[in-house]
Design a protein around this ligand. Structure first.
Ligand code: 5GP
Ligand code: ZN
Length: 113
């Protein structure tokens, strides 16, 4: 997707603070952090949102969760953190490229805050 900001970040057309990268996945610091640790984990290929996943995408989702755990350990927040996925406009998604937020380093609140 030529006009997608996270595709551009994955292609290094837009700079980001890269936390993790492999052939399929990229993780980078959120530009407007909501916690001391706020990392976004994205598939490099353009997938719009969770509701748009194909049957063939679920292996990739498993791999993303493995990387989420790796990042949480590296950031020293494995004792408690939050994973957020906003799906679709009604779900609060503002960037239309599937991403998981890893938030940690402070006490999380519920309802979300
Ligand atoms: P959403 O609201 O779609 O779940 O989350 C989008 C996130 O992307 C927001 O937390 C926002 O701060 C972050 N974001 C938007 N544009 C950029 C950008 O250009 N670079 C980075 N690193 N994060 C971005
Ligand atoms: Zn994209």
């Amino acid at each position: 997707m030529s006009d997608c900001i996270f595709c551009k970040i994955a292609n290094k057309e837009i700079p980001s603070q890269v936390v993790y990268e492999d052939d399929l996945i990229m993780a980078f610091n959120d530009i407007q952090p909501q916690a001391p640790v706020h990392v976004l984990v994205v598939p490099k290929k353009h997938i719009k949102d969770i509701a748009s996943l194909s049957d063939t995408d679920y292996d990739l989702m498993g791999r993303i969760f493995k990387i989420i755990n790796k990042i949480a350990k590296e950031k020293g927040i494995e004792d408690g953190f939050r994973i957020v996925n906003n799906c679709g406009e009604k779900g609060g998604q503002s960037v239309g490229h599937l991403h998981f937020h890893i938030l940690g380093g402070r006490q999380m609140q519920w309802p979300p805050g």
